[in-house]
Design a protein around this ligand. Structure first.
Ligand code: G3I
Length: 331
């Protein structure tokens, strides 16, 4: 019987995984989810297209099932995500003539959505990714030109946090993004959070997605990024960790090559050294999937096998798992 990740890292941070509801069917899948993780993130069913596909028609069957599974097993739940430009139905951004909605209409819809979704899980979901992937460092103000932005400018981000805070004043509210170790991107994100905090907007934390590559970035970039955000006095969580084994889009392997399994294990170990060094700043480390079989990287950027996680498609522990478990310094 192998050690449980959540036990190994007790006192350091929560150890979480994203999951899909079909992983609640087989006992072996459920057991992996409950044995190793004390935090769960529904991978898709809390997104707008799932919870409110048509205006005013909420569908909470999948999200209720996902959240209840975690609560039944004494696990914390991260809510992902309220305001994003993907997996959001087009009606959100349109008026009855099919033109871009007015700011006022957009805010009405945003408030109704957040109120309904966050309100339903008040006291059950401890942290929300209120806005997801809003940064574009190449823009003068550092913000992505999504439809949210095109209609409402930076203010939509403030509104999202205000509505979420009103709906559940106890929930921790995060701004979540990828490549947060890149200097231009982390600076743009840092600047945004500073502006929000200066205005008294209830933003409590930054979520570092942490979708890494086998050869990128360096651990010192990740180290610096965490150290940098600490100056904002906010919580930090690793929200979507995985390590893609490919360094280009054209290679495909049938099985995970030993040398890449070892390189990946070393990178996981080095990453956890950095995370443990900053454990006073980091509350939760969540992997984006419990096993390689269902990873999003098996369909992105192309369809191919990939092995980005700690357990393989047969749910067996990989060198990456053993590297972080055995590599943990004893205290
Ligand atoms: O729900 C439909 C289903 O009705 C349909 O039959 C099926 C056929 O393709 O597609 C289903 O939708 C898929 C959805 O996942 C639910 O399984 C989409 O095609 C697929 O594109 C979608 O992928 C998700 C992706 O976000 C899309 O935005 C991944 O599962 C999910 O892991 C991924 O997660 C994101 C985070 O939210 C944000 N950060 C990056 C991360 C990885 O892309």
């Amino acid at each position: 019987d192998i050690p449980s990740l959540k036990d190994v890292f007790t006192g350091d941070f929560l150890f979480g995984a994203a999951f899909e509801n079909f992983e609640l069917i087989e006992a072996a899948d459920r057991q992996l989810l409950t044995k190793h993780f004390n935090s769960l993130t529904p991978g898709n069913v809390l997104k707008w297209d799932s919870t409110q596909p048509q205006e005013g028609e909420f569908n909470f069957e999948p999200s209720d099932q996902a959240v209840q599974f975690a609560l039944d097993n004494g696990q914390q739940v991260r809510g992902h995500t309220l305001v994003w430009h993907n997996q959001t139905p087009d009606w959100v951004f349109r008026d009855s003539n099919g033109n871009l909605a007015s700011k006022q209409l957009l805010y009405q819809r945003m408030e109704a959505h957040i109120n309904e979704v966050v309100g339903r899980y008040k006291g059950k979901i401890y942290a929300w990714d209120v806005v997801n992937e809003v940064i574009d460092a190449s823009q003068p103000d550092g913000l992505l030109r999504s439809l949210w932005y095109q209609i409402a400018g930076e203010e939509y981000i403030e509104k999202a946090f205000e509505y979420a805070h009103a709906a559940d004043p106890d929930a921790l509210l995060f701004i979540n993004d990828y490549n947060t170790h890149e200097s231009a991107k982390s600076q743009a994100l840092y600047n945004l959070i500073s502006r929000l905090k200066a205005k008294g907007i209830p933003v409590h934390g930054v979520g570092h997605q942490t979708h890494l590559k086998i050869n990128y970035p360096t651990m010192s970039e990740i180290d610096s990024s965490i150290a940098k955000f600490a100056a904002l006095n906010i919580k930090q969580e690793i929200t979507e960790l995985d390590i893609d084994i490919y360094s280009d889009d054209s290679t495909k392997y049938d099985t995970l090559p030993d040398n890449l399994a070892q390189t990946q294990a070393t990178r996981y170990k080095q990453l956890f050294d950095v995370l443990l060094k900053h454990k006073d700043k980091i509350d939760n480390v969540t992997v984006w999937g419990k096993d390689d079989g269902n990873s999003w990287l098996r369909s992105f950027p192309v369809n191919r096998n990939n092995w980005p996680l700690l357990f393989d498609e047969r749910l067996q522990s990989k060198p990456a798992y053993w590297a972080i478990v055995n590599g943990k310094p004893t205290q």
